[in-house]
Design a protein around this ligand. Structure first.
Ligand code: SAH
Length: 234
């Protein structure tokens, strides 16, 4: 059974977007995964097809209505649908490669893309949505975040990546950032490829790569090695 993604959005034209090309696009054509973009507005009931309203308690912006979103979700994900229901949200748990792997091993995902100030809290609670963030910054909508999540998941589906080994050696897969890469030419603007990489000694090469990965991780992401998060510097 192929991985089934349903995306609830006010901009279904944004899908498959970048996921219609390259690896993900070929896999989509081959039926390794499927993508259904559902227009949330189709579940509004008034003449103007309203999906949002002013925030209770006042303040700027608009909030997506719980009732309209609930109808859209219940349509996309009827009882018995085993797929996790995600809400892209800057307040969510940061997405990790471990969660991406779990999702790729499952039947698919239902993803709600927020717009405006976000969605009514009662919808999140009533439909037990898992809030997922792609980083500590604010996008104008959940669609680019959904594309990012799906890109990360789809490349892990069986048969999508030509060379499966390359996936296992990548950043985060072993808790480290990846070692640097080099290719021809042998010398670029006076900079040679490190000798060890052209030595043909595979044990030495593996040791060098491991040491470089550890050094990079210590310098850039000590938190991956269990160190406390770096203090924020202004
Ligand atoms: N007022 C909200 C931000 C709303 S941004 C707040 O301060 O938390 C509008 C929508 O963009 C959100 O509902 C969410 O779906 C999406 N979005 C914005 N930033 C995101 C991020 N870092 N990760 C995932 N989704 C994000």
């Amino acid at each position: 059974m192929s991985f089934a993604a349903s995306v609830l959005t006010l901009y279904p034209e944004m899908f498959p977007g970048a996921l219609g090309l390259s690896l993900a696009g070929r896999a989509l054509e081959a039926g390794t995964w499927s993508l259904e973009a559902i227009q949330i507005r189709d579940f509004a009931t008034d003449r103007h097809r309203t999906v949002d309203d002013t925030p209770a308690g006042g303040g700027a912006g608009m909030v997506m209505r719980a009732d309209v979103l609930a109808r859209a979700i219940d349509h996309a994900s009827p009882p018995g649908d085993e797929r996790p229901r995600l809400l892209m949200s800057p307040r969510g748990k940061p997405l990790t490669q471990a969660r991406v792997r779990e999702l790729a091993a499952g039947p698919g995902v239902v993803i709600l893309c927020g717009r405006f100030e976000g969605v009514d809290q009662r919808l999140i609670d009533a439909r037990a949505l898992e809030e997922v963030s792609i980083g500590d910054f604010i996008l104008s909508g959940g669609e680019p975040a959904a594309l990012v999540l799906l890109d990360a998941v789809v490349r892990l589906l069986p048969g999508v990546m030509g060379n499966a080994v390359s996936g296992e050696e990548e950043s985060f897969e072993n808790g480290l950032l990846e070692h640097p890469h080099y290719t021809r030419p042998q010398e670029f603007e006076g900079r040679p490829i490190p000798d060890v990489l052209i030595s043909g000694n595979h044990k030495k090469i593996a040791e060098w790569r491991r040491a470089e990965a550890e050094k990079l991780t210590r310098e850039r992401r000590p938190d991956l090695l269990g160190a406390p998060p770096q203090p924020l510097v202004k």
